[in-house]
Design a protein around this ligand. Sequence first.
Ligand code: ADP
Ligand code: MG
Length: 683
Amino acid sequence: MTEHEAKALLREAGVPVPRGVVLRVPDVAPPADLAEPLVLKAFGPGLVHKSDVGAVRLGLTRADVPAAVAEMRAALEARGVAADGFLVEEQAAPGVELIVGLVRDPGFGPVLLAGLGGVWTEALRDTALRLCPISETGARRMLESLRGAPLLHGHRGGPAVDVDALVKLLMTVGGPGGLWERLDLGEFEMNPVIATGSGVVAVDARYLPGDTPGPAPARRTDFGALFEPKAVAVVGASTSRPNFGNMFLEFYRAAGMPVVAVHPEADEVGGVPAVPTLAEADVDYALVAVPAERCAEVVRQAAGVPFTQVMSGGFAESGRPELERRLLAAAREAGTRLLGPNCMGVYCPRGRQTFVGGGVGAAGTVALVSQSGGLAGEVIKVGERRGLTFSRVATVGNAADVTPAELLGWLSEDAETRVVGLYLEDPRDGRALFEALSATSLPVVLLVGGRSGQGRRAAASHTGGMVSDARVWQALADQTGATLVTGQDDLIGVLGFFQAHGRRPTVAGTGVLVIGPSGGASVLAADAFDRAGLRLDPLPGEALDALRGLGLGAGSSLANPLEVPVGPRGRADLVERAIAAIVGHWPYPDVVAHVNVQSFFTYGTSAEPLLEYARRLAAAQDGLPGTRITLVTRNGECAPPGVEDEVRAIVSTSGVPVYRSMEAAAVAVAAGQRYHGGIDGAA
Ligand code: ADP
Ligand code: MG
């Protein structure tokens, strides 16, 4: 499609473009109704970046045009480029030049990019991304997030541009019912869009059609029996050489789950009754742990088994996509939903489903969907150690059939689940994930592996070159309000925050009150919370007298972070009373109390002062149901063995989560505030 045709398409959609004509007879002056100055451009298949080859001339009069055409044609021929034709258009008034583009990302679908710079786009790299459709708030946030945003608002005496017109343009392209939905999209780019005080005009446009993938098949599966099966089968346990299959038989026996082994010859495997094929097993779930080559034939027998999980690796992840396609075909043929391949299993204490040793933990409200079985196992084990209790955990590996997005959709309606963690490595399912994340009202914590992978896309346009997975994941989180974390500890930490505080009614205030011992730790606390985007609003004036009445503020200032003596010689009730005095006047939604555990054991080994502190903090939380109190136990390794667990047990009864560092707490508190709309959330 030529520039002129792309512009016609834009004009029809309501995007202003310069008036112009394609010169039918190039040596004749253009029609009189085009207002000077004029711009001459050549077009043709070899002309992608026109300026680079001298195929754009600005500032022409009508009379200049025939000669300019002849010169341009000669110059192009000298470079071996043939022009198919010439476009003459009105020259727009100067303004701020922007790039606005659309690309269809292979995983995430249509993505909108907007940035500053026009021809300098690559040099400035000042762009913002959103998945389509964008909202109007989203469009405004895109523009505001640009480093160069002040240029739009009349920087250093320059005129302010018509931001509303720019927002309207972004909506026309990327909003609901926008161009992104109507174009058979490969890439579409306007570079530049010139913005002035009186509007916007797209002076260059390029459209590369792509092949639109068909819509994914709509599925609606009730995953209830996956997590709480009546009985399970294990395929692949050995009578002679114990393997993964045998390990799972053991896990199920320990968890009290009715289990049957599938074995071609044996009547029993390790004391578990066996049947020769899956077809004879009356179960809701089958776990398959046989070599990759044999998986399809096993799964083909799974008619009547609603869920089949293939643990084995050696499929697409090892360069054997054909084997994976055969496996998926076998599952479809049998009518079973496939989990995996290349994963571990399912964990659900309520349903006695497990893939980790040591029995199942307490049933709770945290769900996890993980593309990695190993990581899920760690999050379960370490998470339970840190107080998480799980509703449902599913590992999906390569996600050949059941995807994280589909599970998220089901979990969003699950009565047992109040927060969902996702560990993903693969943006393949990105579009469906975006839709599921947009639709869910649950808090979601997203950990993405492999985000640093670079340069996956060929850069046929500026837009394409600037859309990387890392940036799209960030956009996905920004738009849907999901919390994107950078490591396993934060995944567990943020899940723990929502588990503890998820059901509290939210108070309308903003900011965080930080309260703890004085010194550098308090200063660093302020920095950590600031980095996480949280506000440490100053203390309410009305509370100062009450605080002085508690003996605070003598010799130190009363500020946020509030410094209070905390330690073996501190008054145990001080923190509780100070919090109540402050929150009574200013409804901080979050209070972070920190202690230096080491200081409690400077003079002795009695844990009592620390435990008493914990009890009083728990009491403070009980008295303030609308405030989220969080405890940071710095230097926890200085406590005698077991004491940290005791502290955690005391405060968690009242719903106070515990972190070992200020940074970890800041990430969790910020996630909570984002979810509740306290800081920039979804749009
Ligand atoms: P290229 O293929 O090199 O991107 P463009 O059509 O974008 O070619 O033109 C190059 C530059 O010329 C633009 O960045 C813009 O500054 C200017 N320009 C092009 N067309 C117009 C126009 N109609 N009005 C004003 N400036 C224009
Ligand atoms: Mg251009």
